[in-house]
Design a protein around this ligand. Sequence first.
Ligand code: NAG
Ligand code: NAG
Ligand code: NAG
Ligand code: NAG
Length: 293
Amino acid sequence: MGTDYRVFTATFLTLFLTVCIGVSAYKPVIIVHGILEPAYKENPLKDLITKAHPGTNVTIIDEYTELFSLYPMWEQVRGFQKAMVPIMQHAKDGVHIICYSQGGLICRGVLESMDDHNVDTFISLSSPLMGQYGDTDYLKYVFPHYLKENLYKVAYTSYGQDISISNYWNDPHQQDLYKEYSVFLAVLNNQTSNNVKSKEYKNNFLKLKKLVMIGGPDDGVITPWQSSHFAFYDENETVVEMKDQEVYQRDYFGLKTMDERGDVTTYEIPGVQHLNWHKNQTIFDDYIEKWLT
Ligand SMILES: *[C@@H]1O[C@H](CO)[C@@H](O)[C@H](O)[C@H]1NC(C)=O
Ligand SMILES: *[C@@H]1O[C@H](CO)[C@@H](O)[C@H](O)[C@H]1NC(C)=O
Ligand SMILES: *[C@@H]1O[C@H](CO)[C@@H](O)[C@H](O)[C@H]1NC(C)=O
Ligand SMILES: *[C@@H]1O[C@H](CO)[C@@H](O)[C@H](O)[C@H]1NC(C)=O
């Protein structure tokens, strides 16, 4: 009874403040959807947030959904950024972003290329942060005639780069071509020889207060699944941990600095398939809610 009463009072007060003076105790949350999804697929996550934190202004950005999610990543980054600007401008204490799957890479693009973002916490929800190298249904759908072994032949061409998946295709056996042709991931990671903006990107990324990476071995889509934690395959397809990657060790875009600052949190969670991350109550309760203050 006592607890119920306190919960009731807290909820009531939050709603009262939100309605009467337009102030919520919680920072606004922006959700970025995954590949080939309509935006409403993220509604369960929005519901989990507003149930736990009534009054939170949650926006699921309704851009580049379904087939449009195959557009080039930089174009999508610009579109998502444009939609985020007014939300950021209204949030003097900053915003949180939760970015799912391909959306996590869009958020990396926004964070690195935007010099006046005010993102407090970036929650990456099973996103191939270090790229993708695996046969999946998505891949078969987009490139029906290719398997992972030979996708580089189309992905690492200038026309191949017009499709989002190619922008973060990371073939461990074709690293020279990846560095030469990847106009997105290799640039975000500063693995190309000519990223004139690398210092700017690093500074922008470091304005982020906290990075939270959620992923796990039963995901079934992100390959290797450890890419959701900034780990990736070496030339023998052995997974190399984040801290042993060259991009980390040489701090190419600020990941090492952020980690040494104590602002990188990694959650490895078994038992969750790719399409369930944003619907799972215990995932939300145990690994997401505490960051959304
Ligand atoms: C949520 O934030 C957006 C952008 O700042 C604003 O336009 C909208 O009115 C807000 N919604 C609520 C319910 O406060
Ligand atoms: C990959 O395997 C080959 C053959 O076993 C070995 O010579 C090479 O050092 C390995 N590469 C790495 C990065 O471990
Ligand atoms: C990006 O890589 C280039 C070439 O390796 C290097 O000169 C530059 O310092 C790097 N930028 C950052 C921010 O580390
Ligand atoms: C929900 O997440 C928990 C881990 O927090 C996991 O054990 C469980 O299998 C998940 N359920 C589904 C349906 O994904």
